[in-house]
Every structure is written in C-alpha cells, then in structure tokens.
Design a protein around this ligand. Structure first.
Ligand code: FES
Length: 152
C-alpha cells in the first residue's frame, strides 16, 4: 500500500534518507517505495535537501528505468527480461504483454488499471518464463496465463 503523494510526505521521506552516504539513489528509492512513483514535483525538494542541482536529480531519476515518474496502475505487472526467461519464451511473452495491454514497458493503461514493467530475474529461473503480479512471482507463464493473471 502506497501513500498519496504530497510535498509534506515527500519532505519527511527525504529527511529520513538524506543522511546516508551517497544519498540520492536511496532517497529516490524511498520516495518510490512510499508513493509508488517519484513525482517530478519531488525533484526540487530532493535537490534542495541534498544540495544538488535540479538537473542532477532529474538526470538520475530519468536515467534508471527502475524509477517511475507517473503513478502506477492499480495492478502492477512485471515481465522478467532475465536471460533464463528470455531463453524459454520470455521475449515473446513480453511482446504479448505490450500488445495485449496496448502499452509499452513502463506504461500504464489509460484507465489506470494495469502498469507494465520489465524486471530482471525474480529467482524463478527454474520455472521460467516468470512474471511479477502485485509483488507475487508466478512461473511458467504463457500468453493465456498472462491474460488470466492480468484480468483476475
Ligand atoms: S531470469 Fe527470469 S526469473 Fe530468473
């Protein structure tokens, strides 16, 4: 369960994580953990707290594909792009996921129902290809299984 984004809540999260060495990535991860994404409005707050330029913070935020800058969908689905999954149908599963949902990796359906991301090795290589649905790993996923998981 994530918190609704607000500047006040973001300031609290930033303060809690800004004391560590090399704080930028930990702070951004903490914001994403708290809100489900890093709202672009947090960039100046982070920059000020860490004495960095907004461009520096924005650059890191947009460099790493792990970070979302828009709210996630109600259902969060990740398709594993790790080697083991890729070797047994993960590539075509990812193509099916993007085409059946009509969104790219990193996107969210227009109704806010599902967000789709790529993930890298869920520790389910022996039952590849695998997906992550709302934090739960599922193995041996094919197109039909994927559609069932997303619509259930
Ligand atoms: S590579 Fe996909 S679960 Fe390990």
């Amino acid at each position: 369960m994530t918190t609704q984004w607000s500047a006040e809540a973001a300031a609290r999260v930033i303060a809690e994580h800004s004391g560590v060495r090399g704080p930028l990535l930990p702070v951004l991860h903490a914001l994403q953990e708290e809100f489900g994404y890093v709202d672009p409005a947090a960039v100046p707050l982070v920059a000020k707290a860490l004495n960095l330029s907004r461009a520096d913070v924005h650059g890191v935020l947009t460099f790493y594909s792990d970070f979302r800058t828009t709210p996630p969908g109600r259902r969060r689905v990740g398709v594993c792009r790790g080697e083991a999954c890729q070797s047994v149908g993960g590539r075509s599963l990812a193509e099916h996921a993007t085409s059946s949902l009509g969104i790219p990796m990193g996107g969210t359906t227009p109704d806010g129902g599902v967000s789709l991301d790529q993930v890298f090795c869920l520790g389910l290589c022996s039952v590849a290809p695998a997906v992550l649905v709302d934090g739960r790993g599922v193995g041996r996923v094919d197109a039909a299984t994927f559609d069932g998981l997303v619509s259930s």
